[in-house]
Design a protein around this ligand. Structure first.
Ligand SMILES: Nc1ncnc2c1ncn2[C@@H]1O[C@H](COP(=O)(O)OP(=O)(O)OP(=O)(O)O)[C@@H](O)[C@H]1O
Ligand SMILES: [Mg+2]
Length: 263
């Protein structure tokens, strides 16, 4: 059986195609465009090419994420909470808490196992409609610092002094960052301070649901080593799992859920 999951997020669109033993045959990550149907088709084509199969070979497609209802070729739409839970559970079967930090949402999910061993979402919490504690917040700060978002992790690891960032509102935090630049505070210390501020904001959200001793991190922001390290430090001594590609966890979960519907 071959299934596919498509996660249309606010920043990126991922496709994962899995085979009989749930192994990943191909995957692709594209920037989300206004035309969600076109973005998802482009990402599907790229992952079909990588997996060397044809679209007709796919038995079932589940769409998830913010744009999940804009994929006409998907067989079903499933919420990203359920899909992230399925993806994280597949990769780390003992995990009961998931923290996903994406472009516009950060969320924490508590899962419980059903009698058949499959995961059930027991509780979840999401950030309010605000960029604080999200990938977009980091993108705005990276632009203010004139660095690429991909460089934030490595730069923050060079930090030697902890800087406290007091504003979490994107507009005020941007002004604060600009003021710190004018005070000649090194960029690495500002970035490290931003990571700590975001992590504390996200963890204040996470603490509102039951948190297990084993936590799995997902979402594109987990590609930032500075954010990962700051989270691991604040969560210690809890065990923290990181998928090989944290950004595709939701699409992977969608492909796994698709197997159930494919029959
Ligand atoms: N290579 C990278 N290095 C560092 N950070 C990255 C990298 N790639 C993506 N990011 C971060 O990940 C964010 C996007 O995360 P993700 O792809 O999970 O979002 P999304 O699923 O589209 O959003 P949402 O789930 O909120 O709708 C970006 O805003 C950026 O901050
Ligand atoms: Mg997402």
């Amino acid at each position: 059986m071959i299934t596919a999951g498509i996660d249309i997020g606010s920043v990126s669109t991922e496709v994962v195609i899995i085979g009989d033993d749930k192994n990943i045959l191909g995957s692709a990550v594209f920037a989300s465009q206004v035309d969600m149907e076109k973005t998802s088709l482009d990402a599907l084509d790229a992952s079909l090419e990588k997996s060397n199969i044809k679209k007709d070979d796919i038995n079932y497609i589940v769409a998830t994420g913010y744009g999940r209802n804009n994929v006409p070729f998907a067989d079903k739409a499933v919420t990203e909470i359920t899909c992230h839970a399925a993806g994280a559970h597949h990769l780390f079967p003992n995990t009961k808490t998931i923290i996903d930090i994406g472009g516009q949402d950060s969320k924490a999910i508590a899962i419980a196992a059903k009698k058949d061993g499959t995961p059930r979402v027991a509780d979840f919490i999401m950030n309010d409609k605000c960029a604080a504690g999200t990938g977009r917040f980091l993108e705005v700060m990276a632009a203010a610092l004139n660095v690429d978002v991909k460089e934030l992790g490595a730069l923050s690891e060079k930090s030697t002094k902890e800087i406290s960032i007091s504003s979490m509102c994107t507009v005020f935090a941007e002004s604060e960052v600009i003021s710190l630049i004018h005070q000649k505070i090194p960029a690495e210390d500002i970035i490290s301070g931003l990571h700590i501020a975001i992590v504390r904001k996200v963890l204040s959200l996470v603490q509102r649901i039951p948190v297990d001793d084993e936590i799995t991190l997902t979402g594109g922001v987990m590609k930032n080593s500075g954010m990962r390290k700051a989270l691991e430090k604040e969560l210690a001594p809890k065990k923290v799992n990181l998928p090989e590609d944290p950004q595709i966890a939701g699409a992977l979960g969608a492909a796994i859920i698709a197997r159930k519907y494919a029959g």
